[in-house]
Design a protein around this ligand. Structure first.
Ligand SMILES: C[S@@+](CC[C@H](N)C(=O)[O-])C[C@H]1O[C@@H](n2cnc3c(N)ncnc32)[C@H](O)[C@@H]1O
Length: 274
């Protein structure tokens, strides 16, 4: 188990699909048109949301390697996606049970033309990111890494305490998520710099969640997670947090709450290709 439940991943999947940056998706598809059979590596694939979104768009012959350390999520991914791949005919899928920290050296990038990930980057450390950029550069793989949290959260209606909560959550984001001290909101910008140093052309564009009152379940799930994070960082603020939380819940339950959460998408390609 990784701490990311299949239920949470399924709840966020439609919001993730809606949030992806259209310009960068279009650039990826343009790149794809100039290529034949494609091998794609999906890092921290969970139940396969990234592949579910991308494979039908990419079209043509594709082989996907879906990597995660959570056996449960991999099993769900396989059960759901194998029938789709069989029916589609042009897409073969392979599931790899690997820990991206411990088994990093075993991860083979040779033959991979596209390295992708969704909702992973904010978990990783500077060292891990450096290693990723170096390996991508070595194999001249294009890189499409999306939905990396950028530290921004804006509630409507606003409430005193929103900013404090955001700061505590972002402090928590920089803790160790298994990869060493996480880069959290700085990860996408850090990867952009590292890839440029490897000779890539890089584009980074926003892909925020814009959650409407009807997306109450997702707002509640985020609220619960953030309150837990804030309590860990600032246990002395329990009373202050309880009042803030009560009002936020009330607005969500009454259908009056909107929430924007910032992310970045990144598209990078070895620039000699263009
Ligand atoms: C937020 S989820 C994103 C999953 C999927 N990419 C998506 O967009 O739905 C983060 C994923 O990272 C995986 N993960 C976390 N640490 C990992 C590690 N050390 N090795 C491999 N996978 C890891 C989790 O199991 C989980 O599937």
């Amino acid at each position: 188990m990784s701490g990311f439940s299949a239920e949470w991943l399924s709840l966020r999947e439609p919001a993730d699909s809606a949030a992806r940056n259209l310009e960068l998706t279009a650039r990826l598809l343009e790149w794809r048109q100039r290529r034949g059979a494609l091998t794609v590596l999906d890092l921290a694939s969970g139940t396969g949301a990234n592949c579910r979104f991308l494979a039908p768009l990419l079209g043509g012959e594709q082989h996907w390697r879906l990597v995660d350390h959570d056996l449960d999520l991999l099993a769900r991914s396989k059960a759901e996606m194998q029938p789709w791949a069989n029916a589609a005919g042009h897409c073969s899928l392979e599931w790899l049970h690997l820990d991206l920290v411990r088994d990093w050296e075993r991860l083979k990038l040779r033959g991979v033309q596209l390295v992708t990930a969704s909702a992973l980057l904010d978990l990783v450390s500077a060292d891990w990111l450096e290693s990723l950029a170096r390996r991508c550069g070595q194999w001249r793989a294009a890189v499409y890494i999306v939905l990396s949290y950028d530290g921004d959260m804006v509630w409507q209606p606003a409430l005193a305490g929103d900013e404090r909560l955001r700061e505590w959550v972002n402090q928590h984001q920089r803790g160790n998520k298994g990869f060493g001290p996480a880069l959290g909101p700085d990860a996408a910008a850090a990867l952009a710099t590292l890839l440029q140093q490897q000779g890539y052309a890089v584009r980074v564009q926003p892909s925020p969640w814009r959650l409407e009152p009807e997306q109450a379940a997702m707002q509640t799930a985020l609220l619960d997670g953030w309150i837990e994070a804030a309590r860990e960082i600032a246990p002395e603020a329990a009373g202050e947090l309880a009042n803030w939380l009560m009002q936020r819940r009330r607005w969500i339950e009454c259908g009056q709450s909107r929430l924007q959460v910032g992310h970045w998408d990144l598209w990078a390609w070895p620039d000699y290709c263009e």
